[in-house]
Ligand binder design. Sequence first.
Ligand SMILES: [Zn+2]
Length: 425
Amino acid sequence: MPFPSRPRGRLARAAATAATAAATAVLVCGTLLGTAPPAAGHGKGPGAEPGAEPGAEPGAGPGSGDRRVAVAMVNFRDGALRDPAGLERTLTDRYFGKDRSLDAYYRTVSRGAARFVPAGSDPVAGPLDLPVRGAGCDNRAWARETRRLLAERGVTERDYDHLSIVFPARAAHCDWSGLATVGGGTSWLPDDLSPDALVHEFGHNLGLAHQTRADCSGGALRACRTTGDTGGTSPMGGGGASAGLAAPEMRHTGWLRGARLARAAGGDSGTYALRPLHGRGRGAHALEVALGGGASVLMEVRAPAAGLDRNVSGLFAYRVRGGAHARAEMIDTGSGGLLHPGDTLTSGTTRLTVMRTAAASAAVRVDRAPENQAPENRAAPGDGLAGTGADPDSTLPLALGGGALLAAGAGAVTYATRRHGARLR
Ligand SMILES: [Zn+2]
């Protein structure tokens, strides 16, 4: 899985309404590719959420339900947190506060289907004095000792879905500014953590990969090349916590379902009107066009809505291979990912044409006919989106800008980028 770590300048130049701040965003994060399944949701169904929109879909997906978070402040043998009482207040607010918190972000983006709640009566535990050093950044040892000390206090792994370890950054000098298991429940964050990093790392816990951008010049999807560029329309792609999740990510978590998602299956043709992905109201908020073999294209309109996407606007498309929505790539036809009226995307006998775009809507036509097949695509293999770039499943990340590939351990691959003094935004 490629790891993006450089500014996404092309998108920003193309998108007049895109955030200039996001244009310089640098992803600085490490992920652990674990084998643990996503934690199951717990507690009440989303329908019980007072703030949920009437008619909101029950959130049957890996991200939904009450997700219990054990936040543990830790000290090391060679370094301690300077102001644990102050940090406890800050973390309580950052994780569970009413506004701009981890919980607030995912409640909003899931439309009430997911909540991040304290695992115990104390929102934040510790500081726990770990009998290990911070220097060297042995995050596995930190997690092992944290779990052991929590268990001694009566908090076992059955009591939480997520364990988030907050450590004194100055004692550890890690190369990364955040680390998380993909699909597991553990994250490691420095005590100077940002809201953007927090949302990003928990996105990994929900199974989401980094959002990257594929070069699909001319719109021929079978000729796309995977790049290390970020998409910028998600906190998983450098968009920060002011951006909502992108449509494929919403599909993965189970938060884009029912009438909110228009589907063009098999041979379906027609014109589809789209509302903003995170907007309210009836109608389709995204379109998924099946291409066969588990491949599909997701299309979305992004515009400010529900306090999200303040800096993300326009029509975007993503390619999904093998049904893996969590690893979808943004399709870049040459405008940095933005699509404009008249743009086309072709794959086999399928052609998607952008009919109209406006500030908060778009229309896309789907045609299925042999004459749509571009000559260069006729010899392509069966998978409707057989990219010619690197296979993300078998390629170790190429961390750009001096990023480093770190250790590979049993059952997991660890990688991270250099901190460079820049923070995940
Ligand atoms: Zn990451």
